[in-house]
Design a protein around this ligand. Structure first.
Ligand code: NAD
Length: 326
């Protein structure tokens, strides 16, 4: 009998890649996703695999799923600022009610439980790069609090289940991850830049573009997450991200160069509480999981661009008039 994994958020960007890799590793995968920000297109290539099923439902109802699970992965939450600002209550529920339901499944089945936390628990950080020991600088009432505080609560709940009931939990703090299948319209920098560049329209950049991000390619991210899943007894939290820090302006310029686009850069006002700097300290991931990123940003961007070009009809990515850049 194959091991069974429940991937909540399995039709999302990260969840679909995780589901794919777990199938590759011999798991039976149940992707539980209510499609609030995900798409069946993300897993359509997995449908037909007898070891894969997508259940269209809320992670809050995870206890009603039939069967026993060996691994429970909580990757269900709106993740980009425009999406969680459009769904503030659902985002808080994803961190609270859904986390509790999935922890209950893990407790019932004696499963390993992995929760997707985020670099956003560090808020606008005063410690740089961010270590797991840093407690963060987060507003509990600002617009982004629906996401940041939901994740902080989810971390606290996960540790409470570990301490109170002995559930085998692990928390991974993801830093900006990018790659194929990102939603080009969900407001995250890489897909927004690539979409604009491929369509040769102005690239939207918030502020003056000097704020930094550290981009981790999805294959590296999945490898890190599954290393934590395999490290039974390791609670984390563990940062998984690429320490290569770049300004958003540099990233936009790289996308223009790699696509050969004629786009220029268009400056927009900076969103409230947008963090100034982001860079993971991955000392723990290196030491505990023997993990470090392998895909250079230029290479990852090139792979992402190639995929977006190839899937021009994906979520209306390319307009009919989009010229193929030289
Ligand atoms: P995404 O929006 O592509 O995927 C999230 C998925 O969860 C979607 O398919 C959505 O429909 C589903 N979902 C949301 N609420 C649900 C619920 N209550 N029940 C069932 N399904 C639900 O986002 P993503 O980038 O794939 O993010 C996945 C996880 O990783 C999230 O928890 C996010 O907070 C975390 N994360 C991602 C990043 C990143 O850079 N991508 C960074 C930090 C943390």
């Amino acid at each position: 009998m194959p091991l069974r994994a429940l991937v909540a958020g399995g039709a999302g960007f990260v969840g679909s890649h995780l589901s794919e890799e777990l199938l590759e590793r011999g798991y039976e995968v149940v992707a539980l996703d209510n499609l609030i920000t995900g798409f069946t297109d993300n897993v359509s290539h997995l449908v037909g695999n007898p070891n894969f099923s997508h259940v269209n439902g809320d992670a809050e109802d995870a206890m009603t799923l039939p069967g026993h699970f060996d691994l429970v992965m909580h990757f269900a939450s709106p993740a980009s600022p425009p999406r969680y600002l459009a769904h503030p209550i659902e985002t808080l529920h994803a961190g609270s009610n859904a986390t509790e339901a999935l922890l209950n499944v893990a407790q019932r089945d004696g499963a390993r439980f992995i929760m997707a936390s985020t670099s956003e628990v560090y808020g606008d950080p005063s410690v740089h790069p961010q270590t797991e020991e840093y407690w963060g600088n987060v507003s509990s009432t600002g617009p982004r609090s629906v996401y940041d505080e939901a994740k902080r609560y989810a971390e606290a709940l996960t540790f409470a289940y570990h301490r109170t009931f002995g559930v085998d939990t692990g928390i991974v703090r993801l830093f900006n991850t990018y790659g194929p299948r990102m939603d080009p319209d969900d407001g995250r920098a890489v897909p927004a830049f690539v979409k604009a560049a491929l369509n040769n329209v102005p690239i939207p950049l918030h502020g003056d573009g000097s704020q930094t991000r550290s981009l981790c390619y999805i294959d590296d991210q999945v490898r890190g997450i599954l290393a934590l899943a395999a490290a039974r007894g390791e609670t984390g939290p563990i940062n998984i991200g690429n320490p290569h820090e770049q300004s958003l302006l540099e990233i936009a310029e790289a996308v223009i160069r790699l696509t050969g686009s004629t786009s220029n850069i268009e400056l927009h006002p900076r969103p409230v509480d947008d963090p100034e700097r982001r860079q993971p300290d991955i000392t723990k991931a290196r030491a505990i999981l023997s993990w470090s990123p392998e895909v250079e940003v230029e290479e990852g961007l090139a792979r992402t661009i190639a995929w977006f070009r190839e899937h021009g009809t994906f979520k209306g990515l390319l307009t009919e008039t989009a010229a193929t850049p030289a």
